[in-house]
Design a binder for this molecule. Structure first.
Ligand SMILES: Cc1cc2nc3c(=O)[nH]c(=O)nc-3n(C[C@H](O)[C@H](O)[C@H](O)COP(=O)(O)OP(=O)(O)OC[C@H]3O[C@@H](n4cnc5c(N)ncnc54)[C@H](O)[C@@H]3O)c2cc1C
Length: 85
């Protein structure tokens, strides 16, 4: 038997950087993106309803794909700027 006593996300070091709620849970959109471009969060550290291994893995998959897409877009933009200079 587990007695649930609550939990505190270890996000103190991100205070003042990414937006959080009153419980220091990171606010993300559907892509797991924070308010800082290129910064993503997943799992128990974010604002969400169900905290399970399976939801954490799903969040992380989305965050990784979104981060990859973000980097790809940066590279494409950089290449476009180089070619049009
Ligand atoms: C007692 C208990 C029982 C549970 N039972 C179940 C269950 O049966 N089934 C289920 O699906 N879910 C269960 N859960 C929930 C599940 O464990 C979590 O939802 C899941 O582990 C969240 O994954 P996560 O990667 O977000 O966080 P975590 O698994 O907590 O991983 C975060 C990792 O980050 C590390 N870390 C923290 N701060 C830093 C830092 N500053 N720098 C570097 N590393 C850092 C931590 O040491 C940790 O290894 C249970 C949780 C608890 C507490």
């Amino acid at each position: 038997m587990f007695i649930f006593i609550g939990y505190v996300p270890n996000t103190e070091f991100l205070k003042g950087l990414v937006n959080m709620n009153q419980w220091n849970e990171i606010i993300v959109d559907a892509d797991m993106a924070t308010n800082i471009p290129g910064v993503y969060a997943a799992g128990d550290s974010i604002v969400k309803r169900y905290r399970q291994v399976t939801t954490a893995v799903g969040d992380a998959t989305i965050a990784a794909l979104a981060a990859s897409n973000y980097i790809h877009q940066l590279k494409t933009k950089e290449l476009h700027e180089t070619l049009t200079q």
